[in-house]
Design a protein around this ligand. Sequence first.
Ligand code: MUC
Ligand code: MG
Length: 373
Amino acid sequence: MSNPVIQRVDTLIVDLPTIRPHKLAMHTMQQQTLVIIRLHCSDGVEGIGEATTIGGLAYGYESPEGIKANIDRYLAPALIGLPAGNVNAAMLRLDLIAKGNTFAKSGLESALLDAQGKRLGLAVSELLGGRVRDSLEVAWTLASGDTARDIAEAEHMLEIRRHRLFKLKIGANPLQQDLDHVIAIKRELGDRASVRVDVNQYWDESQAIRACQVLGDNGVDLIEQPISRINRAGQVRLNQRSPAPIMADESIESVDDALQLAATGAASVFALKIAKNGGPRAVLRTAQIAEAAGIALYGGTMLEGSVGTLASAHAFLTLRQLTWGTELFGPLLLTEEIVTEAPQYRDFALHVPATPGLGLTLDETRLARFARR
Ligand code: MUC
Ligand code: MG
Protein backbone atom coordinates (compact mmCIF):
# COMPACT_ATOMS: atom_id res chain seq x y z
CA MET A 1 0.00 0.00 0.00
CA SER A 2 1.59 3.30 -1.03
CA ASN A 3 -0.08 5.68 1.46
CA PRO A 4 -0.76 3.81 4.68
CA VAL A 5 -2.85 5.54 7.34
CA ILE A 6 -3.11 5.19 11.11
CA GLN A 7 -5.98 2.80 11.85
CA ARG A 8 -6.02 2.13 15.57
CA VAL A 9 -4.06 2.92 18.73
CA ASP A 10 -4.13 0.54 21.70
CA THR A 11 -2.78 1.43 25.13
CA LEU A 12 -2.10 -0.82 28.08
CA ILE A 13 -0.77 -0.27 31.56
CA VAL A 14 1.96 -2.68 32.62
CA ASP A 15 3.22 -3.05 36.22
CA LEU A 16 6.71 -4.51 36.68
CA PRO A 17 8.52 -5.05 40.00
CA THR A 18 11.88 -3.35 40.70
CA ILE A 19 14.97 -5.31 41.78
CA ARG A 20 15.00 -3.38 45.11
CA PRO A 21 13.21 -0.37 46.55
CA HIS A 22 14.36 2.69 44.61
CA LYS A 23 14.29 5.74 46.91
CA LEU A 24 13.83 9.14 45.36
CA ALA A 25 13.20 12.29 47.39
CA MET A 26 9.53 12.35 46.38
CA HIS A 27 8.71 8.63 46.22
CA THR A 28 10.03 5.13 46.92
CA MET A 29 9.48 2.81 43.97
CA GLN A 30 8.69 -0.87 44.55
CA GLN A 31 7.52 -1.27 40.98
CA GLN A 32 7.44 0.70 37.75
CA THR A 33 4.30 1.30 35.71
CA LEU A 34 4.66 1.56 31.94
CA VAL A 35 2.05 2.74 29.45
CA ILE A 36 2.68 0.69 26.31
CA ILE A 37 1.29 2.07 23.04
CA ARG A 38 0.56 -0.06 19.96
CA LEU A 39 -0.11 1.97 16.83
CA HIS A 40 -1.66 -0.06 14.01
CA CYS A 41 -1.36 1.12 10.41
CA SER A 42 -3.34 0.13 7.30
CA ASP A 43 -0.26 -1.52 5.72
CA GLY A 44 -0.12 -4.00 8.60
CA VAL A 45 2.85 -2.30 10.29
CA GLU A 46 2.63 -1.86 14.07
CA GLY A 47 4.62 0.83 15.85
CA ILE A 48 5.31 0.52 19.57
CA GLY A 49 5.93 3.30 22.05
CA GLU A 50 6.08 3.86 25.81
CA ALA A 51 4.91 6.71 28.05
CA THR A 52 6.26 6.28 31.55
CA THR A 53 6.55 8.47 34.62
CA ILE A 54 7.73 7.90 38.20
CA GLY A 55 5.53 7.40 41.27
CA GLY A 56 2.07 8.08 39.86
CA LEU A 57 1.66 11.85 40.14
CA ALA A 58 4.62 12.30 42.50
CA TYR A 59 7.13 13.31 39.81
CA GLY A 60 5.25 15.01 36.97
CA TYR A 61 1.81 16.25 36.01
CA GLU A 62 0.83 13.09 34.10
CA SER A 63 0.04 9.76 35.78
CA PRO A 64 0.01 6.39 33.95
CA GLU A 65 -3.78 6.22 34.28
CA GLY A 66 -4.14 9.81 33.04
CA ILE A 67 -1.79 9.19 30.12
CA LYS A 68 -3.82 6.17 29.05
CA ALA A 69 -7.14 7.99 29.41
CA ASN A 70 -5.95 11.05 27.49
CA ILE A 71 -4.53 8.97 24.66
CA ASP A 72 -7.66 6.80 24.42
CA ARG A 73 -10.12 9.71 24.60
CA TYR A 74 -8.34 12.57 22.80
CA LEU A 75 -4.96 11.88 21.22
CA ALA A 76 -5.55 8.55 19.46
CA PRO A 77 -8.85 9.63 17.80
CA ALA A 78 -7.06 12.72 16.42
CA LEU A 79 -4.53 10.47 14.69
CA ILE A 80 -6.92 7.99 13.05
CA GLY A 81 -6.88 8.31 9.26
CA LEU A 82 -3.75 10.48 9.12
CA PRO A 83 -0.86 9.33 6.87
CA ALA A 84 1.14 6.88 9.00
CA GLY A 85 4.48 7.94 7.52
CA ASN A 86 4.16 11.68 8.19
CA VAL A 87 5.45 12.10 11.74
CA ASN A 88 5.60 15.90 11.43
CA ALA A 89 1.92 16.17 10.45
CA ALA A 90 0.80 13.73 13.13
CA MET A 91 2.68 15.52 15.93
CA LEU A 92 1.49 18.92 14.70
CA ARG A 93 -2.08 17.62 14.90
CA LEU A 94 -1.52 16.47 18.48
CA ASP A 95 -0.01 19.82 19.46
CA LEU A 96 -3.06 21.59 18.00
CA ILE A 97 -5.63 19.53 19.88
CA ALA A 98 -3.79 19.01 23.20
CA LYS A 99 -1.75 21.34 25.40
CA GLY A 100 1.15 19.79 27.32
CA ASN A 101 0.78 16.01 27.75
CA THR A 102 4.40 15.58 26.70
CA PHE A 103 4.68 12.09 28.22
CA ALA A 104 1.71 10.83 26.19
CA LYS A 105 2.94 12.60 23.06
CA SER A 106 6.42 11.15 23.52
CA GLY A 107 5.02 7.61 23.55
CA LEU A 108 2.97 8.30 20.43
CA GLU A 109 5.87 9.94 18.59
CA SER A 110 8.05 6.94 19.48
CA ALA A 111 5.39 4.58 18.06
CA LEU A 112 5.11 6.63 14.85
CA LEU A 113 8.89 6.56 14.40
CA ASP A 114 9.04 2.82 15.15
CA ALA A 115 6.37 2.13 12.53
CA GLN A 116 8.00 4.31 9.89
CA GLY A 117 11.41 2.76 10.58
CA LYS A 118 9.99 -0.75 10.21
CA ARG A 119 8.22 0.32 6.99
CA LEU A 120 11.41 1.75 5.45
CA GLY A 121 13.82 -0.78 6.93
CA LEU A 122 15.65 1.95 8.89
CA ALA A 123 16.59 2.28 12.55
CA VAL A 124 14.91 5.22 14.31
CA SER A 125 18.35 6.83 14.75
CA GLU A 126 18.70 6.79 10.95
CA LEU A 127 15.24 8.35 10.54
CA LEU A 128 16.43 11.09 12.91
CA GLY A 129 19.28 11.96 10.56
CA GLY A 130 21.80 9.25 11.37
CA ARG A 131 23.71 8.04 14.39
CA VAL A 132 27.22 9.23 15.21
CA ARG A 133 27.84 6.44 17.75
CA ASP A 134 26.52 2.90 18.31
CA SER A 135 26.63 2.84 22.11
CA LEU A 136 25.99 5.13 25.05
CA GLU A 137 27.74 5.19 28.41
CA VAL A 138 25.16 4.50 31.11
CA ALA A 139 25.15 5.72 34.73
CA TRP A 140 23.57 3.75 37.56
CA THR A 141 21.52 5.31 40.34
CA LEU A 142 22.42 4.34 43.87
CA ALA A 143 19.14 4.73 45.74
CA SER A 144 18.76 1.89 48.21
CA GLY A 145 18.59 4.44 51.03
CA ASP A 146 21.54 2.82 52.83
CA THR A 147 25.16 4.04 52.49
CA ALA A 148 26.86 0.66 52.96
CA ARG A 149 24.47 -1.05 50.56
CA ASP A 150 25.01 1.70 47.97
CA ILE A 151 28.80 1.29 48.24
CA ALA A 152 28.53 -2.49 47.84
CA GLU A 153 26.24 -1.99 44.82
CA ALA A 154 28.69 0.45 43.21
CA GLU A 155 31.63 -1.90 43.81
CA HIS A 156 29.69 -4.71 42.16
CA MET A 157 28.86 -2.55 39.12
CA LEU A 158 32.52 -1.56 38.72
CA GLU A 159 33.58 -5.19 39.11
CA ILE A 160 31.26 -6.47 36.37
CA ARG A 161 32.08 -3.40 34.18
CA ARG A 162 28.45 -2.34 33.92
CA HIS A 163 28.67 1.21 35.35
CA ARG A 164 31.34 3.66 36.47
CA LEU A 165 29.10 6.74 36.64
CA PHE A 166 26.93 6.84 39.76
CA LYS A 167 24.03 9.15 40.54
CA LEU A 168 22.94 9.43 44.17
CA LYS A 169 19.37 10.39 44.94
CA ILE A 170 19.29 12.79 47.86
CA GLY A 171 17.14 15.59 49.24
CA ALA A 172 14.64 13.79 51.48
CA ASN A 173 16.88 13.49 54.55
CA PRO A 174 18.25 16.26 56.78
CA LEU A 175 20.91 18.11 54.77
CA GLN A 176 23.97 17.06 56.79
CA GLN A 177 22.88 13.40 56.71
CA ASP A 178 22.63 13.54 52.92
CA LEU A 179 26.00 15.26 52.59
CA ASP A 180 27.66 12.67 54.86
CA HIS A 181 26.12 9.89 52.74
CA VAL A 182 27.48 11.32 49.48
CA ILE A 183 30.92 12.11 50.88
CA ALA A 184 31.25 8.58 52.32
CA ILE A 185 30.44 7.01 48.94
CA LYS A 186 32.76 9.31 46.98
CA ARG A 187 35.59 8.70 49.46
CA GLU A 188 35.20 4.93 49.02
CA LEU A 189 35.02 5.00 45.20
CA GLY A 190 37.66 7.70 44.69
CA ASP A 191 38.87 8.20 41.13
CA ARG A 192 37.46 4.85 40.03
CA ALA A 193 34.04 6.40 39.48
CA SER A 194 32.24 9.64 38.74
CA VAL A 195 29.79 10.52 41.52
CA ARG A 196 26.87 12.85 40.84
CA VAL A 197 23.80 13.79 42.89
CA ASP A 198 20.16 14.44 42.05
CA VAL A 199 18.22 16.49 44.60
CA ASN A 200 14.93 16.49 42.65
CA GLN A 201 14.19 20.12 43.70
CA TYR A 202 14.22 19.34 47.43
CA TRP A 203 16.56 22.08 48.72
CA ASP A 204 15.82 25.74 49.07
CA GLU A 205 18.43 28.19 47.86
CA SER A 206 19.88 28.77 51.35
CA GLN A 207 20.56 25.04 51.76
CA ALA A 208 21.81 24.65 48.21
CA ILE A 209 24.42 27.42 48.52
CA ARG A 210 26.29 25.53 51.25
CA ALA A 211 25.56 22.04 49.96
CA CYS A 212 26.85 22.73 46.43
CA GLN A 213 30.07 24.12 47.91
CA VAL A 214 30.59 21.08 50.17
CA LEU A 215 29.77 18.60 47.39
CA GLY A 216 32.04 20.36 44.90
CA ASP A 217 34.88 20.46 47.43
CA ASN A 218 34.47 16.72 48.02
CA GLY A 219 34.80 15.65 44.41
CA VAL A 220 31.16 15.39 43.32
CA ASP A 221 31.12 15.98 39.57
CA LEU A 222 27.59 17.17 38.88
CA ILE A 223 24.59 18.50 40.86
CA GLU A 224 21.18 17.85 39.31
CA GLN A 225 18.14 20.05 39.98
CA PRO A 226 19.09 21.22 43.50
CA ILE A 227 16.18 23.64 43.90
CA SER A 228 12.62 24.12 42.67
CA ARG A 229 12.06 24.53 38.95
CA ILE A 230 9.98 27.57 39.82
CA ASN A 231 12.94 29.48 41.35
CA ARG A 232 14.63 30.50 38.10
CA ALA A 233 16.51 33.44 39.61
CA GLY A 234 17.88 31.14 42.31
CA GLN A 235 19.04 28.67 39.68
CA VAL A 236 20.94 31.42 37.88
CA ARG A 237 22.65 32.48 41.11
CA LEU A 238 23.55 28.88 42.02
CA ASN A 239 24.90 28.20 38.57
CA GLN A 240 27.24 31.16 39.01
CA ARG A 241 28.61 30.18 42.42
CA SER A 242 28.57 26.35 42.61
CA PRO A 243 32.03 24.78 42.21
CA ALA A 244 30.36 21.70 40.64
CA PRO A 245 28.29 22.17 37.47
CA ILE A 246 24.52 22.48 37.89
CA MET A 247 22.29 20.31 35.69
CA ALA A 248 18.67 21.22 34.90
CA ASP A 249 16.20 18.32 34.90
CA GLU A 250 12.67 19.14 36.13
CA SER A 251 13.29 22.75 35.01
CA ILE A 252 12.93 21.57 31.41
CA GLU A 253 9.32 20.59 30.83
CA SER A 254 9.28 21.79 27.26
CA VAL A 255 11.51 23.07 24.48
CA ASP A 256 10.43 26.60 25.48
CA ASP A 257 11.73 26.00 29.04
CA ALA A 258 15.08 25.02 27.55
CA LEU A 259 15.27 28.31 25.67
CA GLN A 260 14.49 30.30 28.83
CA LEU A 261 17.10 28.42 30.87
CA ALA A 262 19.72 28.91 28.20
CA ALA A 263 18.90 32.61 27.83
CA THR A 264 19.16 33.27 31.59
CA GLY A 265 22.19 31.06 32.27
CA ALA A 266 20.39 28.84 34.78
CA ALA A 267 22.37 25.63 34.14
CA SER A 268 25.55 24.48 32.46
CA VAL A 269 24.21 20.97 31.72
CA PHE A 270 20.78 19.86 30.45
CA ALA A 271 19.23 16.46 31.28
CA LEU A 272 17.45 15.47 28.08
CA LYS A 273 14.33 13.34 28.46
CA ILE A 274 12.01 12.41 25.62
CA ALA A 275 9.04 12.36 28.03
CA LYS A 276 9.54 15.94 29.20
CA ASN A 277 9.81 17.30 25.66
CA GLY A 278 7.23 15.25 23.79
CA GLY A 279 9.28 12.64 21.98
CA PRO A 280 12.60 11.70 20.39
CA ARG A 281 12.33 14.50 17.79
CA ALA A 282 11.22 17.09 20.31
CA VAL A 283 14.11 16.30 22.65
CA LEU A 284 16.55 16.98 19.83
CA ARG A 285 15.17 20.53 19.57
CA THR A 286 16.12 21.05 23.23
CA ALA A 287 19.54 19.57 22.46
CA GLN A 288 20.01 22.05 19.63
CA ILE A 289 19.21 24.98 21.92
CA ALA A 290 21.79 23.66 24.39
CA GLU A 291 24.39 23.20 21.67
CA ALA A 292 23.91 26.74 20.43
CA ALA A 293 24.21 28.09 23.99
CA GLY A 294 27.30 26.04 24.88
CA ILE A 295 25.35 23.96 27.43
CA ALA A 296 26.58 20.37 27.89
CA LEU A 297 24.24 17.38 27.47
CA TYR A 298 23.23 14.33 29.48
CA GLY A 299 20.82 11.62 28.32
CA GLY A 300 18.22 11.36 31.07
CA THR A 301 15.51 8.80 31.87
CA MET A 302 12.10 8.59 33.47
CA LEU A 303 13.07 5.01 34.33
CA GLU A 304 11.31 3.67 31.29
CA GLY A 305 11.32 0.01 30.35
CA SER A 306 13.01 -1.26 27.19
CA VAL A 307 10.71 0.48 24.70
CA GLY A 308 11.06 3.98 26.15
CA THR A 309 14.75 3.41 26.84
CA LEU A 310 15.50 2.53 23.23
CA ALA A 311 13.35 5.40 21.94
CA SER A 312 15.56 7.71 24.03
CA ALA A 313 18.73 5.91 22.98
CA HIS A 314 18.04 6.30 19.26
CA ALA A 315 17.71 10.08 19.75
CA PHE A 316 20.84 10.32 21.91
CA LEU A 317 22.89 8.33 19.35
CA THR A 318 22.49 11.23 16.92
CA LEU A 319 23.94 13.94 19.21
CA ARG A 320 27.30 15.50 18.40
CA GLN A 321 28.38 15.54 22.03
CA LEU A 322 27.05 13.84 25.10
CA THR A 323 29.61 15.09 27.59
CA TRP A 324 27.98 13.61 30.71
CA GLY A 325 26.86 10.27 29.24
CA THR A 326 23.39 8.86 29.89
CA GLU A 327 21.39 7.14 32.62
CA LEU A 328 19.42 4.81 30.35
CA PHE A 329 19.42 1.95 32.86
CA GLY A 330 15.64 1.64 33.31
CA PRO A 331 15.33 -1.97 32.08
CA LEU A 332 18.06 -3.01 34.55
CA LEU A 333 16.00 -1.76 37.49
CA LEU A 334 13.15 -4.13 36.61
CA THR A 335 12.95 -7.84 37.39
CA GLU A 336 10.89 -8.61 34.28
CA GLU A 337 11.13 -7.91 30.56
CA ILE A 338 8.25 -7.48 28.08
CA VAL A 339 10.29 -7.62 24.86
CA THR A 340 11.74 -10.74 23.23
CA GLU A 341 15.34 -9.47 23.23
CA ALA A 342 16.40 -7.25 26.11
CA PRO A 343 18.64 -4.22 25.44
CA GLN A 344 22.35 -5.08 25.60
CA TYR A 345 24.50 -3.60 28.38
CA ARG A 346 28.22 -4.33 28.52
CA ASP A 347 31.50 -2.49 29.10
CA PHE A 348 29.76 0.42 30.86
CA ALA A 349 27.50 1.08 27.88
CA LEU A 350 24.18 0.34 26.22
CA HIS A 351 24.76 -1.06 22.72
CA VAL A 352 22.01 -0.23 20.23
CA PRO A 353 21.62 -2.40 17.12
CA ALA A 354 20.74 -0.66 13.84
CA THR A 355 17.80 -2.95 13.10
CA PRO A 356 14.59 -1.35 11.72
CA GLY A 357 12.50 0.89 13.98
CA LEU A 358 13.35 0.78 17.68
CA GLY A 359 14.68 -2.74 17.11
CA LEU A 360 12.30 -4.39 19.61
CA THR A 361 9.53 -7.00 19.51
CA LEU A 362 6.93 -7.23 22.26
CA ASP A 363 6.75 -10.58 24.04
CA GLU A 364 2.98 -11.19 23.94
CA THR A 365 2.95 -13.78 26.70
CA ARG A 366 4.87 -11.64 29.16
CA LEU A 367 2.92 -8.54 28.18
CA ALA A 368 -0.37 -10.33 28.86
CA ARG A 369 0.99 -11.56 32.18
CA PHE A 370 1.98 -8.12 33.49
CA ALA A 371 -0.71 -5.96 31.87
CA ARG A 372 -3.09 -4.43 34.39
CA ARG A 373 -6.65 -5.71 34.07
C1 MUC B 1 15.37 11.87 37.73
O1 MUC B 1 14.94 12.79 38.36
O2 MUC B 1 16.38 12.06 37.08
C2 MUC B 1 16.49 9.14 36.80
C3 MUC B 1 17.25 8.17 37.38
C4 MUC B 1 16.67 7.83 38.59
O3 MUC B 1 17.03 7.00 39.42
O4 MUC B 1 15.56 8.61 38.77
C5 MUC B 1 15.31 9.31 37.59
C6 MUC B 1 14.60 10.57 37.70
MG1 MG C 1 16.61 14.12 37.84
